[in-house]
Design a protein around this ligand. Sequence first.
Ligand code: ZN
Length: 182
Amino acid sequence: MALRQIITLPDPVLRRKAKPVTNFGKDLQVLIDDMIETMRAAPGVGLAAPQVGVSERLAVIEYAEEDEENEESAAEGAEVAPKPPKPKRLYVVINPEIIKASEEKVMGVEGCLSIPGLVGEVERHEAIQVKALNRHGKPVKLKAAGWLARIFQHEIDHLNGVVFTDLAARVWQPKEEVEDNV
Ligand code: ZN
């Protein structure tokens, strides 16, 4: 495995509509492993192939889903032992498509490894269903809600040449470094 260089704006590869993946051979497997390593090293919670200069429709995501119960008990100040955090899950999605999206939309502040130093407030569907192929070409369907759904929408946008600053209601330079970059 090897780290790949993360491409930043204004590189035109980030503006191209990426091509569907058709070959699931060794080159793709190496690319996927490199993307996972590059995402972890960045660090980031998602990375789309155009961000490493490859105009193909695939993305990797690694994220631990939020535990709503923990958040609620923290908000109430209840003295119950919090459950251990959910483990991070790794997703490799090839030729992903959003097949269902909630009417409910939510605002959130996101950043991007390809646009260092900026964050923006972006409205996203609260929940989505995605169909894709896994790294071996097998069809998979998955549901995502909350921040995970946001990451999926951000990565799928990258495959269509769209970046968050195109969609953001406002964009600014944060004082502190953002950890959840995608
Ligand atoms: Zn991004």
